[in-house]
Ligand binder design. Structure first.
Ligand code: HAM
Length: 415
């Protein structure tokens, strides 16, 4: 038997699953507050769903194979193509705008690096059938509120927003041809991660002259007021979306940054990414408008559990245990066992989390086990208390004890 999971795949020991569940619970509660409904699709899809919709980078990372019925299939690397397929199949019947969320596990054969694994869970929130920039603001606000739900502030995370239409207009206005735009987007996307000479070479290979090359770097360097001015000259949406976030009181989380273009090919308008403020980790979330994937205006984002988990651990914002025991029950002797079992079951029926030793042992040994299990209290049943309908409740943290009637234990004592 192999000792380890495959590279890039995780075992979730209880401690790690506690963190994952905490992340999912926060995602679900914010999505619900924003009025989103949960959906899911299959983890395995026809290969051509991705070759047609996902763009090169993801297609190269697919876990794809031929199944026993000779179908070319792939594990889902992202949720957006499944969502597009599901919506297209019922497009007439669904009331627009559609506001849906999902938490799929996704699979990409990625190069191993910090924050990137070969499987991850990803919250997806998407709005379909709404062209207003208020919809863009809505999704950015939800992503920010998720961060706030974890106790993070604007000094922990920043959302950087841009608009592909603005970048396109700025570039074509500087003499760059439509056919060359894709390389410019790729260069701008990497401008903070890859050395300048490598980027210049990419541009040279795509036929860029000196003047066009410096135009690409000029656009990539636009920030703050300059970026906003350039944006407002080329369209209103970006400014309106940012303004809406300011009205919600979330302005301090947001900055305009035209280096954000997103790696995926299907984005058409506003695009954004959420990073830790120091930018020492990969993006926590990213999304934008993809109006051409369906015949409807559409937008959404994905937020993975990997980088987010790292960030929460770094900030000490992780929950402790998954189950908090209300009490650990102890039978003093073999004769007390039936009464202890009866009480344990009655307490569980009332929703109190209860555990007891599964074999007969001395009280001291059982108390040790109770502490090791993290129980707040031990409830001890011995022959004398049993006669009087009582139990000894020992507070394991304070070390104090009290005799409590059994009916009280079952009615409100542990609330
Ligand atoms: P994406 O940028 O490829 O977008 O992924 C979104 C987020 O998922 C990333 O910011 C990151 O947190 C996480 N993520 C992606 N790949 C990995 C990986 N290999 N390991 C760990 N985490 C990862 C999309 O997938 C779009 N489909 C999102 C979207 C939904 N756009 C519109 N709607």
């Amino acid at each position: 038997m192999q000792g380890k999971a495959l590279p890039g795949f995780r075992d979730f020991y209880p401690e790690e699953l506690t963190l994952r569940n905490h992340i999912f619970a926060t995602w679900r509660s914010v999505a619900a507050r924003y009025g989103f409904e949960e959906y899911d699709g299959p983890p395995l899809e026809a290969l051509d769903l991705y070759t047609q919709k996902s763009g090169d980078e993801i297609v190269q990372q697919l876990y794809a194979f031929r199944d026993k019925g000779d179908r070319d299939v792939a594990l889902r690397p992202e949720m957006t193509p499944t969502l597009a397929r599901m919506v297209a199949a019922r497009v007439q019947a669904l009331k627009k705008p559609i506001r849906w969320f999902s938490i799929p596990q996704l699979f990409r054969y990625e190069r191993q690096q910090r924050g990137r694994l070969r499987e991850h869970f990803q919250l997806n929130m998407d709005i379909i059938g709404e062209a207003s920039p208020l919809a863009d603001a809505e999704l950015m606000a939800a992503a920010i509120d998720i961060m706030r739900g974890f106790g993070l502030t604007a000094s922990d995370v920043q959302l950087r927003v841009s608009d592909r239409r603005v970048i396109r207009t700025l570039l074509t206005g500087r003499g760059i041809k439509e056919a060359q735009l894709e390389t410019a987007f790729a260069v701008i996307d990497r401008s903070e991660r890859v050395p300048k000479n490598v980027l210049e070479e990419m541009l040279r290979d795509a036929g860029y002259g000196k003047r066009e090359t410096s135009a690409v770097f000029d656009v990539a360097a636009l920030r703050g007021q300059d970026a906003l001015k350039a944006a407002s000259e080329t369209g209103e949406s970006l400014g309106q979306a940012v303004q809406a976030l300011e009205s919600m009181g979330l302005g301090e989380f947001v900055s305009i940054d035209l280096t954000i273009v997103r790696g995926l090919a299907y984005y058409t308008g506003i695009v954004w990414e959420l990073f830790d403020a120091k930018k020492s980790l990969r993006a926590v979330a990213g999304g934008g408008r993809y109006d051409s994937l369906l015949d409807l205006p559409a937008l959404g984002f994905g937020m993975g559990d990997v980088v987010l988990g790292e960030l929460l651990k770094e900030r000490g914002a992780v929950p402790k245990a998954s189950t908090e025991l209300g009490a650990f029950l102890i039978a003093v002797g073999g004769d007390d066992m039936p009464a202890m079992l009866q009480l344990a079951h009655a307490m569980r029926e009332r929703g109190i989390a209860v555990e007891y030793g599964l074999r007969q042992a001395g009280v001291r040994k059982q108390l040790e086990l109770a502490s090791a299990r993290g129980a707040a209290r031990a409830v001890i049943i011995g022959p004398e208390e049993r006669k009087d309908g009582l139990a000894v409740v020992r507070d394991l943290r304070a070390g104090t004890e009290a005799k409590v009637p059994l009916d009280k234990l079952l009615n409100g004592y542990f609330d």
